[in-house]
Design a protein around this ligand. Structure first.
Ligand code: DOR
Ligand code: ZN
Length: 347
């Protein structure tokens, strides 16, 4: 039995840290164990221009603990009106690592997202030319589509045509959540890769809804069936280059999570790498953790892996239940808060 594992420092290829008080509270959890993270741009207002990207990166750097070497990677929020020249400048000047597509109203803070896919073609053509990555919240928002089928229908209606129209565009389908999605990614790699969250690896919809409604398991894309969960575990632990770590850690205040219309998103940064280690251990695949957490993501993004390492040990600890936040948001509950976690980062 393996009780200790050292891997290159992981990166989080999908993270929400919000802004201001919430960012100051939650960013240290990620900076502790990860070398870099892709910061999602769905703020209010979103990070839509190079100028907004520079300002957000400065606020992020100011929120880091003293002496941290953690690197925020900023993304541009795509709208119907995004200017390809601004995207190009942002990329060439090292402000934007990629562009993120939210179909309008698909999830938290996506009202300013894309409503007309014809309007974004000029930006996609420019990104293809530049070799800039395209990050996608892949859910179809047509109200006729069942919420559990949104990912599959998006792939069919939107993603497959985009890969054909822009064959040189490298894409990330974020927070992959379904068996159909896993099969699609295998067929579309290496053009398309996918990030996978810890909670889509751990939970199915019976966990979420079967024993009372658990608002802290509500996220977008929604947690799906057991066959979906098993397909995702198989994908993540395969070591295949097209699957990599993206926590989708997304803190919300307790008030927002428990509102009549509750916010989607789970705050998992405090237990993220430990939870992935547990999943890989359960699958007998600890030897594949480094590929998933630290190598496949950088390769898909065309970036070098981190040089530093982290070490995890089999050691029980209890996850904190909540995170205090200055100001009106007050506190956010932590995914798996109060649970015994069997793996721990020791250095
Ligand atoms: O559950 C989610 N929460 N899914 C998303 O796509 C966005 C995120 C958030 O920003 O809270
Ligand atoms: Zn997200």
């Amino acid at each position: 039995m393996i009780d200790r594992i050292t891997i290159r420092k992981p990166d989080d290829w999908h993270l929400h840290v919000r802004d201001n008080d919430m960012m100051r509270a939650c960013l240290p959890y990620t900076a502790r164990n990860f070398g870099r993270a892709i910061f999602m741009p769905n703020l209010l207002p979103p990070v839509r221009t190079m100028a907004e990207g520079i300002a957000y990166r400065e606020r992020a750097m100011a929120a880091l603990p003293e002496g941290s070497t953690f690197q925020p990677l900023i993304t541009c929020y795509l709208t119907d009106d995004t200017d390809p020249d601004d995207v190009e400048r942002g990329f060439k000047e090292g402000v934007f690592t990629g562009v993120k597509l939210y179909p309008a109203n698909a999830t938290t803070n996506s009202a300013a997202g894309v409503t007309d896919f014809a309007k974004i073609e000029r930006v996609l053509a420019r990104m293809e030319k530049l070799g800039m990555r395209f990050l996608i919240h892949g859910e179809e928002v047509d109200p006729a589509i069942d919420v559990f089928d949104r990912e599959a229908v998006f792939i069919e209606r939107r993603l497959i045509p985009m890969t054909k129209n822009f064959p040189g565009l490298k894409i990330i389908l974020e927070h992959l959540s379904s068996k159909i999605g896993v099969e699609y990614i295998r067929s579309a790699a290496p053009q398309v890769g996918a990030s996978i969250t810890p909670y889509h690896l751990q939970l199915n919809r019976t966990d979420w809804l079967g024993w009372g409604n658990k608002p802290y398991m509500y996220c977008m894309p929604v947690i799906k069936t057991e066959p979906d969960r098993l397909a995702l575990r198989d994908a993540a632990t395969s070591g295949d280059a097209c699957f990599f770590l993206g926590t989708d850690s997304a803190p919300h205040s307790v008030a927002k999570k428990l509102a009549v219309v509750g916010a989607a998103g789970l705050f998992n940064a405090p237990v993220a790498i430990e939870t992935y280690a547990q999943v890989f251990d359960e699958e007998g695949a600890l030897d594949k953790l480094e590929a998933f957490a630290s190598l496949n993501g950088p390769r898909h993004y065309g970036l070098p892996p981190n040089e530093e390492t982290i070490t995890l040990e089999r050691q029980n600890w209890v996850a904190p239940e909540e995170m205090k936040v200055e100001g009106p948001e007050e506190r956010a509950l932590i995914y798996r808060g109060g649970e015994v976690i069997p793996w721990r980062v020791v250095s």
